[in-house]
Design a protein around this ligand. Structure first.
Ligand SMILES: CC(C)(COP(=O)(O)OP(=O)(O)OC[C@H]1O[C@@H](n2cnc3c(N)ncnc32)[C@H](O)[C@@H]1OP(=O)(O)O)[C@@H](O)C(=O)NCCC(=O)NCCS
Length: 380
């Protein structure tokens, strides 16, 4: 069989290591630790899935209750971190705020390394801490810079989904919204060797601390080719007032060779299995709020034209955008929500990398000049 000499780049199709956490592209298309994402999304709370990723089994009732207790205790913001959040500018990108907060927490509550056992004894505790604290970071910063109010982290919500919505809106969220948020967090929780997870693994492989791994992962997630696509998809949908306008607008963009954010995927070829679930939620919430801007219909028009013209399908980010919008979440907070969820996947990969560590240091193919004649400084 003839092999193509075209270089694909971006390590596409390269198996960069082993992992027992997730498979993309088998079964329905996505499994976490052997469980089908459709079963998890339909029947679980996000905390069950986070537990599965971090502790390698689904929790029973008692285990879930005690994990949730730990997560609730972990919402608390240290006063030094609050001061930093107050000092960060109002117009900072929320992803920069999240990245900075993670790094600051690493200074305040550093991870201990046991040199004799060559292990990180507190990695589970810090994992819970990070999962618990991230929603508090975003909503504290948000409220301080929009109304001057220093919110506290008290809430009777026992889940990350409910707590985030309540803390953001400062009122009890609808059950339907909490369920939608659980589902979204489950769908975003893990995705094999994606860019941010791989970043976390590369950092971890140097025997660095967990905060460095997560801070680096947040940086990788921020870009519009990765997590930032949900924010960019919302901006795109909002450009149009009608489905007809959207169809024409996308045709124009494609003619200009623009990238349409929220479409396409490196691993999936025909569809993103997560989209099936989130699209249903977008419709449900659109009907629930009686959306007068037809954002769901506009999204469907974009989906149709992208498939007709390019055979490109929406990825998870596309309908997540309208789903979040219908819950009154500001567009700039879409990618930080991705952090609340993917932190579980990142942490699972950090622990897996540590359990069988090998420095990740590939080689490059040199394409620069050779045999240059050296000229001393005073002759250049
Ligand atoms: C996800 C993504 C980065 C995968 O990238 P990739 O595997 O490197 O594939 P490429 O970007 O090289 O795309 C291959 C071809 O499809 C086209 N394509 C891929 N995604 C596209 C999109 N969203 N809009 C328009 N064209 C797209 C490319 O222009 C390219 O066409 P060409 O071969 O004629 O140049 C890419 O599909 C993309 O940029 N999507 C938009 C961002 C996004 O939604 N990211 C979230 C991913 S979950």
């Amino acid at each position: 069989m003839a092999t193509s000499t075209k270089k694909v780049g971006g390590l596409a199709g390269v198996n960069a290591g082993e992992s027992a956490i997730c498979t993309c592209g088998t079964g329905h298309g996505l499994n976490y630790r052997g469980y089908d994402i459709y079963d998890l999304a339909e029947h679980c709370e996000f905390e069950e899935v986070a537990y599965l990723l971090l502790r390698e089994k689904l929790p029973n009732k008692d285990e879930l209750a005690s994990f949730k207790k730990e997560l609730i205790a972990a919402r608390n913001l240290p006063k030094e971190l609050k001061e930093v959040l107050k000092l960060l500018p109002k117009n900072a990108h929320p992803m920069d705020v999240m990245r900075s907060a993670c790094s600051v927490l690493g200074c305040l509550e550093p991870e201990e390394y046991d040199v004799f056992k060559a292990s990180f004894p507190n990695q589970q505790r810090i994992s819970t801490r990070l999962l618990g604290i991230f929603p508090s970071v975003l909503t504290f910063w948000h409220h301080y810079h929009t109304s001057g109010k220093e919110i506290n982290t008290e809430s009777k919500q026992d889940s990350i989904a409910g707590y985030f919505l309540e803390s953001l809106h400062q009122k009890e969220p609808k059950e339907l919204w909490i369920k939608a948020m659980h589902t979204s967090l489950i769908l975003y929780a893990e995705h094999e060797f994606n860019a941010s997870t791989f970043t976390a693994r590369v950092i971890t492989a140097t025997i660095s601390d967990v905060y460095s791994g997560i801070t680096g992962a947040i940086g990788a997630l921020r870009g519009p080719l990765h997590g930032g696509a949900n924010e960019a998809a919302m901006e795109l949908i909002s450009e149009f007032s009608t489905p007809e306008q959207a169809t024409q607008g996308i045709l124009d963009k494609l003619a200009r060779k623009d990238k349409i954010m929220g479409f396409g995927h490196r691993v999936y070829v025909e569809k993103d299995p997560r989209n099936v679930v989130i699209k249903q939620w977008s419709k449900k919430l659109s009907d629930d709020i009686g959306d007068t801007k037809d954002l769901y219909q506009i999204s469907e028009a974009i989906e149709k034209v992208m498939w007709d013209q390019k055979k490109l399908f929406p990825n998870l980010d596309f309908y997540s955008a309208s789903t979040y919008h219908f819950m009154g979440i500001p567009t700039l907070y879409f990618t930080p929500i991705f952090i609340f969820s993917r932190t579980a996947g990142w942490l699972a990969h950090i622990m897996e990398q540590r359990a069988n560590n090998k420095l990740i240091r590939p080689s490059s193919e040199y394409t620069g000049p050779d045999n240059k004649v050296f000229v001393p400084l005073n002759k250049r």
